[in-house]
Design a protein around this ligand. Structure first.
Ligand SMILES: [Zn+2]
Length: 275
């Protein structure tokens, strides 16, 4: 018999603004809108997302202030993507409105989702998909001294490109939920500065396997790719880091909603989870 108590989680509502930001950043990270490309018109976004134009406008303003979008008025205007390096202030910790998952849950869920996506990508990826993955690797290796969040962003961008290549929208959405939450957990656990080249190699090996379209090669490459992070997380559990406790402090304050973080960013107030 299973005695684990069922856990209900708080519902944050309304989340329309956050969800608009999330949908736009998901589309950018998936490569559907690359830097230089325009988003659909505000009217169109408002209609398809079923939210008001001011809500879309609020999300666009927040993303513009974060350096992701630029909006111009006039006939030749519109909203253009200018960066695919999404700052952490624009990333939702709980994209689904679900409770904040533990790192061990994220790592556990990631493997079957990504393994399946990789195998599907091996069957379905186009040359453009491979180019998008190559671009993410180039960005990842471009500046080994770049800050960690930028590296996590481009590491994840590779995985989003693979998710899109799989042409399996629901699985790619689950992957997005896991990766968004991992983004926050990983920076507290993974000290990757010494491993930049190793991480780049893992991505190159994965891309080569995907291009071979051989399921056994893809499985082997993905196994190594995912295991790297799984081992790091297992290690970090064995020897607690010096700054352990910051997670507990945040938990004591309660989860910071994306709205609070985005709002804090706009007001120039340091975020609760800044470290
Ligand atoms: Zn990776």
């Amino acid at each position: 018999m299973n005695d684990t108590p069922w856990r209900f989680y708080p519902i944050s509502n309304p989340r329309a603004f956050e969800e608009v930001v999330d949908q736009i950043t998901f589309a950018i990270r998936s490569g559907a809108f690359r830097p230089g490309q325009r988003l659909p018109l505000v009217e169109e976004l408002s209609e398809t997302m079923g939210v008001s134009r001011p809500t879309i406008g609020e999300a666009i303003r927040a993303l513009s202030q974060a350096g992701v979008l630029v909006s111009q008025r006039g006939a030749s205007g519109g909203v253009t993507v200018v960066s695919d390096n999404i700052p952490d202030t624009m990333i939702m910790r709980q994209p689904s409105g679900w409770r904040e998952a533990a790192l061990s849950e994220l790592i556990e869920a990631r493997r079957p989702i990504e393994m399946k996506l990789a195998l599907l990508a091996g069957e379905r990826a186009t040359e453009a998909d491979f180019a998008a993955m190559r671009y993410a690797i180039e960005q990842l290796s471009a500046d080994p001294k770049a800050d960690r969040l930028r590296r996590i962003n481009y590491d994840h961008l590779f995985h989003y490109a693979m998710g899109r290549a799989a042409q399996s929208e629901l699985l790619a959405y689950y992957q997005h939920q896991v990766l968004e939450q991992l983004y926050f957990s990983l920076r507290e656990v993974v000290d990757d500065e010494k491993h930049v080249q190793g991480i780049v190699d893992l991505h190159e090996e994965t891309l080569t396997a995907l291009e071979s379209r051989s399921p056994s090669r893809i499985e082997a490459a993905m196994d190594r790719h995912l295991r790297w992070m799984e081992d790091k997380v297992a290690d970090s559990r064995r020897k607690p880091r010096k700054n352990a406790g910051s997670g507990d402090r945040r938990r004591a304050l309660g989860p910071t909603s994306a709205r609070a973080r985005i709002g804090a960013r706009r007001r120039g107030v340091p975020r609760l989870d800044a470290n």
